[in-house]
Unconditional design. Sequence first.
Lengths: 419, 225
Amino acid sequence: MKLLDKINRRFLFTSTVLLIICSVLLFLVVRYVIYDDMNSNLYDEKLQVENRFLTKGILPAEQDLKSNRIKIKSIDVTAPKLFYFTDTLILDSLEGEFTPHRQLSFVVKNNSEAYLISISKSLIESDDIIITLMAFTLVFILLLLITLYVLNRNFTRSIWAPFNSTLEKLKEFNLLNRQPILLEPSDILEFRELNTTLLKMTEQMQLDYDKVKQFTENASHEIQTPLSIIRSKVETLIQTEHISEVQMNTIQEINNAVTRLSRLSNAMLTLTKIENHQFGGAEEILLNTFIQNKLLQFEDLIQQKNILVTTDTDEESKILMNISLADLLFENLLSNAIKHNITNGFINISFQQKQFSISNSGNPLNVSPDLLFDRFVKNNPASDSLGLGLSMVKQICVSCNFDVTFSSKENRHTIQITF
Amino acid sequence: MKILVIEDEKPLLQSIIEFLDNEGFTCEAAADFFSAEEKLISYSYDCIIADITLPGGSGLSLIREFKKKNSLTGIIIISAKNSLDDKIFGLDLGADDYLTKPFHLTELNARIKSLIRRRNFNGDKEIVAGCIKIIPESLAVLVNDKAIALTKKEYEMLLYFISNKNRVLTKEAIAEHLWGEQSDAMDSFDFVYTHLKNLRKKILEKGGEDSIKTIYGIGYKFTSA
């Protein structure tokens, strides 16, 4: 989830919990205060009544006012002197219904008389106060929280803006462009540190990348040039008259070795280039057309071995990858499928929902299928194939984040790629 | 036909010049940027073979500059770089062809002749070798003035032989000429022999001579007066 969403969510959750706790506490506290006040008033009146009775023998008059209902009951003089608070429902003539009252009942007595006096006060007003107070306070708290939330959102968005900008710049960064990364300066220490570190890191990456690129270009030139010289001299030699068959065969061996070495060096350098991510932007490639073209290029060889090729690809399917890499990938896949095929064999190509597979008939494997992806591993060690074809396929897939597997069942070998 | 060969590796330069000399071309050599530049400014050529990795300057810029002023001269780039991008780049610059090192001299020869044919508006419209006549414009082949039907590969093979008359062509060079990179996938060069056999048969059928000789185990040669 997004950073700001997470922050906001936490904030909202905490605020809500806080709100609930505060509300509950507020309610309890306010109620306690108000009821306590009520109780104190009742108790004071009790004291007043007691005092008047004891000094002057006068009892208060019974009354039925909202704020003061007094009931007097004569009781046995031997009754204990006690008092207690209760909450009762008393019929309020004004309201026309039973309403809650706080009642203090107490006994007053002198030598000859004892009375149970109950003073009740309506709680409606107090409850109203509580509710109003609660409502106002809650509204305030809510407003406060909302304001904080909105402010928080805006603040965090603008504070994290440099971070997001850095993130965008990182995504755009491409070693092939040879442009240093441009990060927005910031007055926040952590972001400054982040920027400095990223700058250093990308600079180093660029250096390393350039070094390897330079190496592959130089190596290619340095290796192929002497090979060209050897080949040209060999071919000049071939043209001379009076060469014996034995000599011609020797020359042929030299020629073959030159070809092998040249192919080897090319393949290894290409592998390095792929690993170094020197192949640039991806583009949308129409898979079916691409494969058909490749099949056309291999037409003669397919015919020579009388291989039956069947394709099952959707006309519209597209893949996203660099075109040179795509060329190398399918070249190697097809070349492999043909080379290791038997006469009158088959090749099946299919592409459904991002899953590509190519199967070919061939001799059973002597090597575990996974090992064939390693460099120089060949099913038949004696063959003069380089053993790099599948390594190339694997490397390209790794570089493009495609999944590739090689499986083999008896005489049927299948390579599957998930694009 | 005047050809300028620009290549900094002297042994290779020498081999190329020797070969082309024997083909009847008038050749000049340049082994670095400055002498190449000088020659290009002072003289005119029908065809230029250029290695783009030159000491002293970029071979690519040389080609770019040259192309601006002379659009008629054919340019073939020879280079160790063989990625698709490099080839596209070279051809975009205005080169007519791109050959990757190490290449077969016979291949270079065939490409030069093909280039000259394409660009030579006043030149010969037909290629004659013994009793065989090829008319590239219409892809027609006549043996003793009688037309024969050749497959695409047989035609290209015949043309390759005749362009390299009296030269030994290795089986490998023929395979690479006909199938390019895909020849990697071939088990052996027997395939070359199959096509050759068919070609020979068709020529002999029309009363032509058997001009294609087998050279021990290494290749073939089209012999002609």
